[in-house]
Ligand binder design. Structure first.
Ligand SMILES: Cc1cc2nc3c(=O)[nH]c(=O)nc-3n(C[C@H](O)[C@H](O)[C@H](O)COP(=O)(O)OP(=O)(O)OC[C@H]3O[C@@H](n4cnc5c(N)ncnc54)[C@H](O)[C@@H]3O)c2cc1C
Length: 489
C-alpha cells in the first residue's frame, strides 16, 4: 500500500467545452430508446469499496461481475460523459473471439496457455449471449455470418497462418474458405477476390448493449455518476481519492477503465499507441439493398493493413469503418477522435470502392473513436506498481467488445483477490504483453511516416498498380515495436 500515487487525467474534451458533442449513430439510437434515469453528476464527498473510472464495457462488466460475487460491496462508476459514449458505443458491434490471434498466442505463450486463452475468448462470446438472455438485454445481439476478404487483386490471404496454427494444435477454426461461386453470390459486383466466412459470428448494437449494462448496474445498486470527468487520483492512508470538478470518492480500491483516455498516464504510455478508427454510414436504404442483392452480403472486414470493417444495420443502413486514421501525439485525445472530416472523406472513398452499387447514396452519419493499440494487439490487466489498490484494463487494440467481458471477470478476480481461472488468464495476458513504442516526438514521426506509406501502398494497389519498394518496406514496420524492457508495471 502506498500514499504516494498521484495521477492527473488529461483535460476532458480538449478545445471548447461549449462545442457540440459528436455522437455515434448507435448512441443516439440507444439514448432515444431509454427513459432518462439516474446518472446524476458526482457531488460532494462519497465513500465506496470500489470506484470505477469510466463507464464503458470494461467498467460496467467489472461492476456487474463484482456484485455477482460480492453483492454487499459499495460500487461507484464515475463517467466523464455518459455510459457507452466511449469506444463501447461507437464500435462496429463485432463481438469476436481470438481465433485469428492463435498464431500469435502460440508464439507468445506456448501451446497449453495459448489454447486456454483462445478457449476463454470463445466462451466469452457465449457468456455474453447467456447474460443477455438471462437479463432481458435487447440490444440487437445476434449470430450471423461474418466474412474476411481480400479486396485487392493479388493481396496475400492473412488467414492462412490461422488455419496452419489450428492444424498444429489439432483444432478446427469456426471459419470456412469461400469458393469462387459463393464469393460471387455473396459479394456480387464488389471487389472480393478470396475470403473466409464464419457462419455464426456475433454482432450487437454496441451502445444499446452498454446502456443496458448501465440499467442493470443501477438496478443492482451501483451508484453511476455521469458528466463527471475524473481529474485527479491520489493514494492516501485512508484510501484512494478519485476527484472530479464537483466531488470526490474515497475508495478502498479503484479500477481504471478509461481506455485510450488514460493511455497518456506514465504507466501505460510506453505500451499503448492511440490511433483513431473512423466510421461512415448511409441513411436507411432497404429497397436499394434488396434491389442490388446487398442483403446477402455478410458483415465483416477486409485484409488491408488499414483494415475496413462494416455491415448493415437492422433498418437497412450500410456502414464502413477504417482503422489507423488519426494518430494521438503523446496519447492525448483531440476532437479528431470524435469526428474528422478528413478521415470521414477517406472512409467514404472506401465505402464507394467496397459498395460500387451505392455510388450515389449520400453519407448520413460519420464519427470516430480512439483505439488503444498494443504491440501484440492483446489487452492486459493488472494493478499499478505505485499503488496496488489501483487496477486497470487496457490495450484491446480494436477488439474489445467481447474481450472487455473477459476483462470484467479478470478485474473482479483481482479486486477480490481470488485465485481462480480468471486470475490465471490475467497472468497469461500479462505474459503475452509485447514490446513498447519509442518516446515522443520519435513515436509520432515514425507513426506518421509509416501510416503515409501504408496509405500510399494500399491506394496504388487498389488502383491495380504496384507500390514503390520504399512504401512496401516502410509498411512492413506498421506493427513494429521495441523489445519489452525489463522491470514491471
Ligand atoms: C470506431 C471503433 C470501432 C470498433 N470496432 C470494434 C469491433 O467491431 N469489435 C470489437 O471487439 N471492438 C471494436 N472496437 C474496440 C472496442 O469498442 C473497445 O475496445 C471497447 O469498447 C473498450 O471498452 P472500454 O470500456 O475499455 O472503453 P470505452 O468504452 O472507451 O470506455 C471508457 C470510458 O471512460 C470514460 N472516460 C474517459 N476519461 C475519463 C475521465 N477522466 N473520467 C471519467 N471517465 C472517463 C469515457 O468517456 C468512456 O466512456 C472499436 C473501437 C472503435 C473506436
Amino acid at each position: 500500500m502506498s500514499a504516494s500515487l498521484e495521477l492527473r487525467m488529461q483535460p476532458w474534451r480538449a478545445g471548447s467545452p461549449a462545442a457540440p458533442v459528436h455522437r455515434s449513430h448507435w448512441l443516439d439510437e440507444a439514448l432515444a430508446l431509454e427513459p432518462s434515469q439516474g446518472g446524476a453528476p458526482l457531488a460532494g464527498e462519497q465513500r465506496a469499496d470500489v470506484c470505477v473510472v469510466g463507464g464503458g464495457f470494461t467498467g460496467l462488466w467489472t461492476a456487474l461481475r463484482l456484485l455477482e460475487q460480492a453483492p454487499s460491496l459499495q460500487v461507484v462508476i464515475v463517467e466523464a460523459d455518459v455510459c457507452g459514449s466511449g469506444a463501447s458505443g461507437r464500435n462496429s458491434g463485432g463481438t469476436g473471439h481470438w481465433w485469428t490471434k492463435l498464431p500469435l498466442l502460440l508464439r507468445l505463450l506456448g501451446r497449453d496457455d495459448a489454447c486456454n486463452v483462445l478457449a476463454h475468448s470463445v466462451q466469452a462470446v457465449q457468456d455474453i449471449h447467456d447474460f443477455a438472455a438471462r437479463h432481458g438485454i435487447d440490444a440487437g445481439l445476434r449470430r450471423e455470418p461474418s466474412a474476411w476478404t481480400t479486396t485487392m487483386r493479388g493481396q496475400p490471404e492473412p488467414w492462412a497462418p490461422m488455419f496452419k496454427a489450428a492444424q498444429s494444435v489439432g483444432l478446427q477454426p469456426p471459419h470456412r474458405v469461400l469458393g469462387a461461386d459463393e464469393l460471387r453470390a455473396l459479394f456480387g459486383a464488389a471487389p472480393a477476390y478470396s475470403g473466409i466466412i464464419e457462419d455464426t459470428s456475433t454482432r450487437m448494437q454496441p451502445a444499446r448493449f452498454a446502456r443496458q449494462l448501465r440499467r442493470l448496474a443501477l438496478a443492482r445498486g451501483v451508484r453511476v455518476h455521469e458528466h463527471s470527468p475524473v481529474t485527479r487520483i491520489a493514494g492516501g492512508a485512508q484510501g484512494v481519492r478519485v476527484e472530479t470538478p464537483t466531488g470526490a470518492v474515497l475508495a478502498a480500491q479503484v479500477v481504471l477503465a478509461a481506455n485510450a483516455w488514460m493511455a497518456h498516464l506514465p504507466a501505460f504510455r510506453p505500451y499503448i499507441a492511440v490511433v483513431s478508427s473512423d466510421i461512415v454510414m448511409t441513411g436507411p436504404i432497404p429497397q436499394l439493398l434488396e434491389q442490388h442483392g446487398l442483403t446477402r452480403r455478410p458483415a465483416g472486414l477486409n485484409a488491408r493493413q488499414m483494415v475496413n470493417y462494416g455491415g448493415l444495420t437492422r433498418e437497412g443502413r450500410v456502414y464502413v469503418g477504417r482503422g489507423g486514421g488519426s494518430i494521438a501525439y503523446g496519447n492525448r485525445i483531440t476532437a479528431a477522435f470524435d469526428y474528422s472530416a478528413r478521415r470521414a472523406a477517406e472512409v467514404e472513398g472506401d465505402l464507394r470502392y467496397l459498395y460500387p452499387e451505392l455510388a450515389e447514396v449520400p453519407i448520413e452519419r460519420s464519427w470516430a473513436g480512439p483505439i488503444d493499440r498494443t504491440p501484440s494487439g492483446l489487452p492486459w490487466f493488472g494493478c499499478l506498481a505505485e499503488d496496488a489498490r489501483v487496477h486497470y484494463g487496457i490495450g484491446y487494440s480494436g477488439h474489445g467488445v467481447a474481450a472487455s467481458a473477459l476483462g470484467g471477470r479478470i478485474l473482479t478476480a483481482q479486486l477480490l483477490q481470488r485465485e481462480d481461472e480468471w486470475r490465471e488468464l490475467g497472468r497469461c495476458l500479462q505474459r503475452a504483453r509485447g514490446g513498447y513504442y519509442p518516446i515522443e516526438p520519435l513515436r509520432s514521426i515514425a507513426a506518421h511516416t509509416i501510416r503515409a506509406a501504408v496509405a500510399r501502398k494500399e491506394q496504388t494497389e487498389q488502383e491495380g498498380r504496384g507500390a514503390s519498394r520504399l512504401d512496401r518496406l516502410l509498411a512492413g514496420y506498421a506493427n513494429a515495436s521495441l523489445p519489452r524492457p525489463p522491470g514491471r508495471i
